[in-house]
Unconditional design. Structure first.
Length: 360
């Protein structure tokens, strides 16, 4: 399969999450030639992120923004990707809820081309009742192999490759070849700020499925946080950010040879334009940690230019021991390089003054 030839045919790969903390249309207008899709949770739908209140004004803005996307040739992706639906997970109530929502979208002329879900039950309902909708397996399903895909091939049309493996281009190519042979579309999530192989991930996603951000009175009482990344970095383990699974904007073309959709997490981010601009232009001048979701503000900036020039970065990005780190020292050495280039103090000293620098 000639992936390079396919990529040259179209450079419109980005999928942007709808946001309303910044002027959505004004920002996206600048990058229409690169934005292929917009994904969103319809009012009343529980998704993988806690949702703000749907006031009449917010609903109207949402409908106008999504209609604009359609007029600009962007495909619509309705997300039903909560990680937990509780007692209604396999129920008539959930089936009717999904059916009703898609009916509402149709009435407004906003019937989606795609529906992203974590639920095999929802996928089955939509396959039967709305066969024209293309089903996408959510990134939160953590599909790691073609073997996993083969078990449910009839239920989906596209899927997100495993974020814990997608830096490995050999793996991505294998998944892309399987997708081509089976008529599926491969997607990748570019700006995930999550720790690689985080054991808190399912727990955290389940909280989001119940519209919870991850903290409570009891959490405060026991000094517990569902954000294992935050706890980890507060201990000074900044090099784990380098070991994570985000992709640099400049390296995105290497992945676009194989994937049809590149997801950008912008729905709750404080700087959605910074994210879209970076990946749309394949260029970013600044602290990489600030365009990830969740985003971080470390004492030592993860300067993209310094990182890209470092001879250590290719070895870290393509590390064969990424899942079983041997603490070879490369990540720590690159953190020291970033510290020295930024004029900040070394990592070991910074660890003592970390409190207050994390945001996310």
């Amino acid at each position: 399969m000639n992936h390079d030839k396919e990529n040259k045919a179209s450079n419109r790969t980005l999928a942007v999450g709808w946001f309303d903390n910044a002027p959505f249309r004004a920002i996206c207008q600048k990058y229409v030639p690169r934005i292929k899709e917009v994904f969103f949770a319809w009012p009343g739908v529980t998704a993988s992120r806690p949702m703000a209140e749907w006031t009449p004004e917010r609903k109207q803005l949402f409908f106008e923004d999504i209609a604009w996307c359609r007029n600009e040739g962007m495909e619509l992706d309705a997300i039903f990707n909560a990680n937990c639906y509780g007692d209604i997970a396999i129920s008539k109530a959930l089936a009717e809820h999904v059916t009703e929502v898609l009916g509402e979208m149709d009435e407004k002329g906003l019937f989606p081309e795609h529906l992203t879900t974590t639920s095999p039950f929802i996928a089955t309902v939509v396959r039967r009742r709305f066969p024209e909708v293309k089903i996408r397996l959510s990134v939160n399903m953590y599909i790691e192999s073609t073997q996993s895909l083969s078990y449910m091939e009839e239920l989906f049309d596209s899927f997100y490759v495993s974020i814990d493996n997608h830096r490995n281009l050999v793996y991505v190519r294998q998944m892309a070849d399987w997708s081509a042979r089976h008529g599926k579309t491969l997607c990748v999530y570019a700006n995930s700020g999550c720790l690689r192989d985080c054991p808190f991930r399912q727990f955290h996603n389940n909280l989001h499925g119940h519209n919870r951000m991850g903290q409570s009175v009891a959490g405060e009482e026991f000094s517990f946080s569902a954000f294992r990344c935050r706890t980890n970095y507060e201990r000074g383990r900044y090099a784990d950010f380098l070991r994570a699974n985000w992709l640099r904007p400049e390296e995105l073309p290497e992945y676009e040879r194989y994937v049809g959709v590149v997801k950008l997490a912008t729905r709750r981010h404080p700087d959605p334009e910074g994210i879209i601009s970076a990946y749309a232009t394949y260029s970013y001048d600044g602290d990489l940690a600030k365009i990830m979701d969740p985003f971080f503000e470390f004492p030592v900036p993860i300067d993209n230019a310094t990182l890209g020039r470092s001879p250590l970065w290719p070895a870290i990005r393509d590390c064969p021991d990424a899942h079983n780190c041997r603490r070879c020292g490369k990540c720590d050495a690159l953190m020291d390089e970033l510290s020295h280039r930024s004029g900040r103090i070394g990592e070991s000293a910074v660890a003592q003054t970390f409190a207050g620098f994390f945001k996310g």
